[in-house]
Design a protein. Structure first.
Length: 398
């Protein structure tokens, strides 16, 4: 384990990384184009996450610059206590040690995740997907340059250029200490890591997010929120997949008609339950299993529901535990929904697209956890630490 660098040195590395990203902007985008051209899959969400353009580079620079401005998350006192025998007892935050991130497609994770891990005093092992290899290696090259120029070991950021079988072997029998693993990708990746890892794993689970349009909803607001949550970024885990519409909603048929028309403007494939599909131009659901699916595509399911309580039960049955929103003017019904839905993030009159470390005030995120231990929702700088007890005595024995 590397000796913890001073906060001044960690911040200097981050700021140097920001300037290198700016200097190498064109090279990064050019190299990424080669990855895009070589990608032979038909997964549009994967392709979207793989692409690096000027806006993505801007976000990378913003991420590490913001991290450099944040307080040191290591050594923060959480608790203090004076024992009856005079010992001074403190509990302080401490780095995990070495964090492994396994991710698909997204070169920006090579910046953001490594930055969060490094700022919080952790060595980071990066295992990206083969589809983004060239982009990732270029960004890691910049990390190593930033570390070297500040007199820090390049070991703080390491890229694991492993194939699937080599990754499995490393998970089952690591060749170096690994204290925490974070898989960031689809359900198959997460299942693979959970099956083979021998050290703690934080699960960044599936989305399959819901919006419930309560009978007292503002219909214009509901329409805007649903369209935004579904179409703004279909590759994001906070994108919308399911809409529940209260059967007692005023002007329900007109609202459903308007919603379908608007979604079709974005070429969204719409599936409906029996209650809605019989009166509207949408395809009937052929299997109840579709309620479990996360689409990451221009696809959505809409269904009718009888009450807030039924909506809560349905969401808790089918959702991935990520995000859910209620659209209503009734504050009491919103409170019931938010307290009862078992998701990492719950919303009242807002889009699920805000479940994001940057949007929720964390400055960035390592992943979005659907686990309840040790952190739920976006995992930011403050969460990539554990804790440690410091006890000062003068000869006390028990």
């Amino acid at each position: 384990m590397n000796t913890l660098l001073s906060i001044e040195k960690r911040n200097a590395v981050l700021l140097k990384m920001a300037s290198l990203l700016q200097e190498e902007r064109k090279a990064i985008i050019t190299i990424n184009k080669n990855d895009l051209q070589a990608y032979d899959g038909d997964d549009i969400s994967m392709y979207d996450r793989l692409k690096v353009d000027d806006a993505k580079v801007d976000d990378m620079i913003k991420s590490v610059t913001h991290l450099a401005s944040q307080e040191d998350p290591v050594g923060v006192e959480r608790f203090r206590f004076t024992h009856d025998n005079g010992m001074q007892v403190y509990n302080k935050t401490a780095s995990f040690g070495t964090v492994l991130i396994i991710y698909e497609s997204r070169p920006d994770v090579t910046v953001e995740a490594a930055g969060i891990a490094f700022k919080s005093g952790n060595k980071i092992l990066l295992k990206g997907g083969k589809e983004s290899l060239n982009s990732n290696l270029k960004i890691v090259e910049l990390w190593h340059k930033a570390l070297k120029e500040q007199g820090a070991s390049q070991d703080w950021v390491e890229y694991l250029q492993y194939n699937r079988s080599e990754t499995r072997a490393f998970l089952e029998k690591p060749t170096q200490q690994v204290d925490l693993i974070v898989p960031r990708g689809g359900e198959r990746l997460i299942a693979f890591v959970k099956q083979h890892a021998v050290c703690p794993v934080i699960v960044s689970g599936r989305g399959n997010n819901f919006v419930y349009v309560h009978k007292e909803a503002d219909l214009d607001m509901a329409l805007r929120i649903i369209v935004n949550a579904k179409t703004a970024k279909i590759s994001a885990c906070n994108a919308l997949d399911k809409v529940l519409i209260d059967k007692h909603l005023f002007n329900k048929e007109e609202f459903v008609h308007n919603l379908i028309s608007k979604l079709k403007e974005f070429d969204v494939e719409i599936l409906g339950d029996e209650a809605l599909s019989k009166n509207h131009d949408i395809n009937l659901i052929t299997s109840e299993d579709v309620w479990y699916e996360e689409f990451l595509d221009y696809k959505i399911v809409i269904g009718e529901i009888a009450s807030n309580q039924e909506a809560i039960v349905k969401i808790n049955t089918y959702s991935g535990g990520h995000s859910a929103s209620i659209i209503t003017a009734n504050a009491a019904e919103a409170q019931l929904f938010m307290e009862s839905v078992d998701n990492a993030a719950v919303y009242h009159n807002a889009s699920t697209r805000f479940t994001d470390g940057g949007q929720l005030g964390l400055g960035g995120e390592l992943a979005i956890s659907t686990d309840k231990l040790h952190q739920r929702g976006p995992i930011g700088l403050q969460h990539l630490v554990t804790n440690k007890w410091y006890v000062h005595g003068n000869g006390q024995i028990r």
